[in-house]
Ligand binder design. Structure first.
Ligand SMILES: [Zn+2]
Length: 407
């Protein structure tokens, strides 16, 4: 009987042997039990300590970087500082010729007072727990793959930085500069968001996202005595919301989400804050939006005789898949197939740190994490065997990147 050729070399095969599903599951359970909602600074500090402890098994020194200052507009249109947790960075073999970036996030969307705090087994292979899929399971996958890689014979050929931020779920505003610093000069990047679909499908091209707040200042007046002397900030904000919605086309969605402000019924309101999100599919759509929005702001100012102050912007640039990124997708897919894992990819409207990494021209596959689903809800689940499956995939991709596979 003829034997089929093993697609893995013996070096590759032995590099995958140490993968330990039980250890990964134990870490995922331990980390999911720590509430690390983006606003829970104490929980994030505990989470960062647990991660620093686990990642210290790798070479290099773990550092915790201070978050960059971030501001938001309050309901009165005043700029207020937002607090964020510290970000974990680990640099390994900075002198290596080929270096890559691995990223993940330690925060979740579940605040400390959210009812979803504990783990529950749905069946023998499915764990329902906060952050189990997004992305504490993914962090366990990243660590296990790196541990395996470090004891392989090719580890000296590849250097890498690990970055685990504490503010991904609110847009990575306090870690954007850190991501930029670490992305520069990297040959490739892997990000450990859960797969786009429970079957392992990867996220391919991504649209971008921008969050804006516009503070409108008008002039108050009595609604009965001198209404003509007033400049109604609420009406201006509403006018802007309607015009913004009108900018929508196939490549751009706009969601006016909230108007705050106003006054008593007999007073012309002198302030309002309009908040909205946009999703440009392409860089061109993002550029066109910026131009149209600027024009709209000055039209509203003139037409309503109010002043507008814009806060925010497009903080997740659209992520097209160029030839370099496609080569990395092909490598990941081929590597999966060699392991008997068959998956495709699809474009998505969701955003993540992969958007920000790709903005520096670095090829990135950003759904290297676990298979699971219902993320950002109390039904979030992790398909437990996928911990080992995805660790094998990552470890083999690292092995091949170290071996100088063409990118
Ligand atoms: Zn995530």
């Amino acid at each position: 009987m003829e034997r089929l050729t093993d697609p893995l070399t013996s070096g590759e095969r032995s590099a995958l042997e140490p993968i330990d599903l039980a250890a990964m599951l134990a870490r995922t359970e331990q980390w999911s039990a720590i509430n690390s909602g983006t606003g829970n600074l104490a929980g994030l500090a505990r989470m960062a300590d647990a991660l620093a402890d686990a990642f210290s098994a790798l070479p290099g020194a773990v550092e915790l970087r201070e978050p960059a200052p971030v501001t938001a507009l309050d309901a009165q249109g005043r700029e207020i500082e937002q607090q964020n947790g510290r970000h974990l960075v680990l640099r390994v073999r900075p002198e290596a010729e080929r270096r890559i970036l691995l990223t993940g996030h330690m925060d979740t969307v579940f605040p400390a007072d959210h009812p979803f705090q504990t783990a529950r087994w749905i069946d023998a292979e499915t764990l329902n727990a906060p952050g189990a899929a997004d992305m504490k399971g993914g962090l366990a996958v990243m660590l296990e793959a790196l541990k395996c890689f470090e004891i392989s014979e090719v580890s000296g050929l590849l250097g890498y930085d690990v970055m685990i931020n504490a503010d991904e779920e609110t847009g990575s505003l306090s870690s954007a500069a850190l991501i930029a610093e670490l992305a520069r000069g990297k040959a490739a990047a892997l990000t450990y968001e859960p797969s786009a679909l429970p079957d392992g499908t990867l996220a391919h091209a991504r649209g971008g996202s921008g969050n804006f707040a516009v503070a409108v200042t008008g002039r108050s007046a009595h609604a009965g005595r001198n209404p003509h002397e007033g400049r109604n900030a609420l009406v201006a904000a509403a006018g802007l919301a309607v015009q913004l919605k009108g900018l929508e086309h196939d490549g751009l969605s706009v969601n006016p989400a909230k108007i705050e402000g106003g006054s008593a019924n007999n007073v012309v309101p002198d302030h309002a804050v309009l908040r909205f999100n946009i999703r440009p599919k392409t860089t061109e759509a993002a550029v066109a939006f910026a131009r149209d929005f600027n024009r709209m702001v000055s039209d509203i100012e003139k037409g309503h005789q109010v002043s507008l102050r814009v806060h925010g912007g497009i903080t997740r640039p659209p992520k097209p898949v160029d030839a370099g990124a496609q080569t990395l997708f092909d490598l990941v897919q081929r590597t999966g197939a060699d392991l008997g894992q068959h998956f495709g990819w699809r474009a998505t409207g969701g955003v993540c740190d992969g958007n920000n990494i790709a903005a520096f021209g670095v090829p990135v596959v950003d759904t290297m994490g676990v298979r699971g689903g219902a993320i950002h809800s109390a039904d979030e689940y992790l398909i437990v065997p996928s911990l080992a499956e995805r660790a094998r995939l990552s470890a083999l991709v690292l092995h091949r990147l170290a071996n100088g596979v063409h990118l």
